[in-house]
Write a protein that binds this ligand. Structure first.
Ligand SMILES: [Zn+2]
Length: 871
């Protein structure tokens, strides 16, 4: 799963963050608030082998009408009943081998009585007829009076434990079954489910019945059903159908965003040496999706926000490829070979993240994947809550297992393993892992075993420190040169605190030493708290690079002089080493050499990631000299993804007339929409004197997908000019596009804070069916600080259509309003246990939530340049 935040794009208004495009992780962190997933695989009473799933939909009442027949084989002698996960469904009848059976229903289970105790190996057909208005699992996105032209869409999302909300079944990854999915829908609709399309027949009354069949077994969380009004684009790859679906009317966006899918199929099949395992590959883009993407077997579902407008799509360095390659990679890692339990979820997510890199490396210039790796390392260290947790863990009551360790660190660890084993051995190991575990559920030991079998290299120690251990090495590095001995002494200290699961690291690496005579690399292994290494060098080194190229997940304090960093910035051959130099130099404040060196890098480094990092660093310097460097570089910054960063960096220079004039002109007519949007944001942030006129003009003008209007509306809040209120009120109302409303609500909450009418307007949006607006409104009210919103939020808590993760969000905002402005939650000191109903409990959960949101923000900031976003 590519875990976006809830739903396409939404705004966490209380923190001023926009949640955009197809990004990582957040929802699952949210979900963790509601109740953690089962950490260990269950012991099974039966083996579910096949499910025939017959569904129809009562669209008006948003109900699923189901008839499922499970074929299963009993695993234990004396089994007298069969339990199925089932939440919120009304079970109408159950038969076992066609005979009516007794059953009982609890809040979470359907239990079916067998006529007599069964023996191991006995087979049963259990047919369950049921219906339900689903609160999770299956979602109905339909036209309504406010959005009459919206294409109808019904879609499901199973991972992690939500299939049971629309289908009574065995709902844990350690079962594998084949499926038939038979869907009766209005004749004009399209359906997509797992496997091959067997046929479509007329069902009378303006309805049609679609039959799908999946003959390769996979887990129940990978079952998918999509039905609705879609445009379809068909291609083939090696004779298999490769199809793409967009909500009706957006079919022209499929090719430009998704057209590289067959090339990815080819690459992955070749690299892995294991054929794409399924009968077809469909990608269905749906509105208001609850994740970024979901790798259902043979039929991925992605957020429709990945369907970037054709005029905006070229403004993103890698387009939608990170999302597309991630979900495609899961078809091998996750779907063909599946984690046995949620505690080993990195075996799905770490691989999918790693394979994004593989695609990047193969398709884009070399510096793209290098920049992604460098950024991912920075990003992982920025999420301090990940530090103490190992990648494999079974204690996720407090924070979801779908975290930055499973994804980001998992991907980086695989990349390190590749670096250590070498390309050939590594892929030989992966091929073996996939082949011996094909169609099975795995734990991390299965990967270690396969790698060792295929490469004759023992990886136990590697797994011990990186997979079962926590943290990462923090190095303190210094070197000296002995003229007489012609020798470099490198001193390496590991400074990470050794506690809990964090230990010392043993890592083979290299040091690259450059002298006037040339460059040499020396392999060696670090393993101790403090050690020294000696390397021959004919003269005093110009540059010493520990772990050159930045392959290790590490942080390093390098004791180097300014001139060494300047040399490294200009001369290091690998991106990571130059990007490190940018960051080290940026710490030297009030230094004209640094300003001009960073400016030079911004204008001329060969890698865009280094140029963009230099722009960020110049922005943080906030000096007139830094502003001048940014202004001088802007003309040459052609790529929109760099241009946007340069403009955003200019948003740090208050009261600089040159900067403001440039921002005005970029906002009005730059060739890049992303640069224009960044300029609008910067003008708001800087509270520029004439900004309101510029923002107003941008709101009035049209742009692809309201791109500039949304940016301007969102900038009005930070601008803080109450004259924007009438515009914001106008664009917040029902009927306007949802993302535009979110931007308007975000800013509206920040203006005329004593005006209770505004509070009431926003509170009025809490009960809407449109989840993105709901989310924005909940956080906007918390931010606004007007306690008169409390009754509306409390009423919302009682409504029956809240997603589970919404409850703590709402409670958090109520607590914030009750505390009053500027007060921190009364958690920490005097926290007395787990009484979640009391103030302390709410405060504690709010803190946790706020921390999670902060983490999300960190992650999002980092992946902004990798993934599409809308301002
Ligand atoms: Zn994933």
């Amino acid at each position: 799963m590519k875990t976006l935040q809830r739903i396409g794009q939404w705004t966490c208004a209380s923190h001023g963050w926009t949640f955009l495009g197809s990004l990582l992780i957040a929802v699952c962190l949210m979900t963790a608030q509601a109740g953690a997933d089962e950490p260990y695989a269950r012991s099974k009473d039966y083996d579910l082998q096949h499910s025939k799933i017959v569904l129809a939909f009562d669209v008006e009442h948003k109900k699923v009408i189901g008839d499922v027949t499970h074929t299963l084989s009993v695993l234990k002698d004396g089994t007298g009943k069969l339990a199925f996960d089932s939440v919120g469904l009304t079970i109408q009848s159950v038969t076992v081998n066609k005979a009516t059976s007794k059953f009982t229903v609890s809040a979470t289970e359907l239990t079916v009585q067998l006529a007599s105790a069964a023996k191991k190996g006995d087979k049963f057909e259990v047919q369950i007829k049921y219906e339900g208005k689903t609160s999770k699992g299956a979602y109905f996105i339909l036209p309504d009076k406010d959005y009459p032209n919206r294409p109808a869409q019904i879609w499901t999302q199973g991972e992690s434990e939500d299939t049971r909300y629309y289908l009574p079944t065995y709902d844990y990854p350690n079962a594998r079954l084949t499926t038939e999915t038979i869907l009766t829908v209005p004749a004009a609709w399209v359906t997509v489910a797992n496997g091959k399309l067997i046929g479509v027949r007329d069902a009378g009354n303006g309805m049609k019945t679609w039959s799908w069949q999946e003959s390769v077994p996979s887990s129940t969380y990978l079952i998918t059903v999509v039905a609705g009004e879609f445009d379809e684009l068909k291609e083939t790859w090696r004779g298999k159908p490769v199809t793409y679906y967009a909500p009706k009317g957006r079919g022209d966006r499929l090719k430009i965003n998704y057209g590289r899918t067959p090339q990815m199929l080819e690459l992955f099949t070749k690299k892995l040496g294991v054929d794409y395992p399924w009968e077809k590959y469909a990608q269905v883009m749906v509105d208001e999706f609850v994740a970024g993407g979901m790798e259902n077997s043979s039929a991925t579902t992605n957020t429709s926000s990945s369907l970037i407008h054709p005029k905006l799509a070229p403004e993103y360095a890698t387009g939608q490829d990170p999302l597309i390659s991630h979900e495609l990679a899961h078809q091998w890692f996750g779907d063909l070979v599946t984690t046995k339990d949620w505690g080993n979820i990195w075996l799905n997510e770490g691989f999918a993240t790693f394979m994004e890199t593989m695609w990047s490396e193969s398709y884009f210039p070399k510096d793209q994947s290098e920049y992604e790796r460098w950024s991912n390392i920075q990003q992982w260290f920025a999420q301090s809550d990940l530090w103490a947790k190992p990648i494999v863990r079974h204690d996720f009551d407090d924070s979801s297992e779908f975290d930055g360790n499973a994804y980001n660190k998992g991907g980086l660890v695989l990349d390190m393993l590749r670096h250590q084993l070498g390309e050939d051995a590594f892929y030989r190991g992966l091929k073996h892992y996939l082949e011996v575990n094909r169609g099975k559920n795995v734990v991390s030991a299965d990967l270690a075993k396969a790698m060792e079998e295929a490469t004759n290299t023992n990886v136990d120690q590697f797994f011990s420190q990186w997979i079962y251990g926590a943290g990462a090495p923090k190095f303190d590095l210094s070197y000296s040169y002995d003229v007489a001995k012609h020798q470099v002494t490198l001193k390496v200290k590991q400074t990470q605190k050794l506690e809990g699961r964090v230990g010392l690291f043993r890592i083979p690496t290299t040091v690259e030493i450059t002298t006037a005579a040339g460059t040499k690399a020396f392999p060696f292994t670090v393993s101790k708290p403090e050690e020294a290494f000696w390397f021959a060098a004919d003269s005093a080194p110009l540059m010493v690079l520990f772990d050159n190229g930045g392959h290790i997940l590490k942080s390093a304090e390098c004791h180097k002089e300014k001139k060494e960093w300047l040399y490294q910035l200009k001369n290091a051959s690998e991106l990571a080493d130059r990007a490190d130099a940018v960051q080290a130099l940026a710490k030297l404040k009030d230094d004209a050499d640094v300003d001009s060196a960073l400016g030079e890098t911004l204008r001329s480094d060969k890698a865009w990631g280094v140029r963009a990092t230099a722009a960020d660093s110049l922005g943080e310097r906030k000096t007139p000299a830094a502003a001048k460097q940014l202004l001088d570089a802007l003309n040459g910054a052609k790529e929109p993804w760099v241009r946007g960063r340069v403009v955003a960096a200019l948003g740090n220079f208050k009261d600089n007339a040159d900067v403001l004039a440039k921002l005005e002109s970029v906002a009005k007519d730059d060739q890049s929409y992303r640069a224009r949007a960044a300029a609008l944001q910067a003008l708001g942030k800087l509270k520029a004197p004439n900004a309101l006129a510029t923002l107003d003009a941008a709101v009035k003008a049209d742009s692809p997908d309201n791109f500039l209007r949304n940016a301007a509306l969102r900038a009005m809040g930070p601008l803080g000019d109450d004259k924007a209120v009438s515009t914001l009120k106008e664009w917040a109302v029902v009927g306007k596009p949802l993302d535009t409303r979110q931007a308007a609500i975000y800013s509206l909450a920040r203006l005329q804070k004593d005006d209770k009418q505004i509070t009431q307007q926003i509170a009025g949006y809490l009960t809407e069916a449109h989840f993105p607006v709901r989310y924005s409104s909940i956080f906007a009210l918390g931010e606004r600080g007007d306690a008169s919103a409390i009754p509306a939020l409390e009423a919302l808590l009682k409504s029956d259509d809240l997603s589970i993760e919404m409850v703590p969000m709402i409670k958090g905002q109520i607590a914030k309003l009750k505390r009053g402005p500027g007060k921190k939650p009364a958690a920490e000191a005097g926290e007395d246990g787990e009484d979640a109903s009391g103030d302390a409990g709410v405060g504690k959960r709010l803190e946790r939530l706020e921390k999670m949101l902060q983490e999300m923000n960190d992650r999002l900031k980092n992946i902004e340049e990798r993934l599409p976003q809308k301002k």
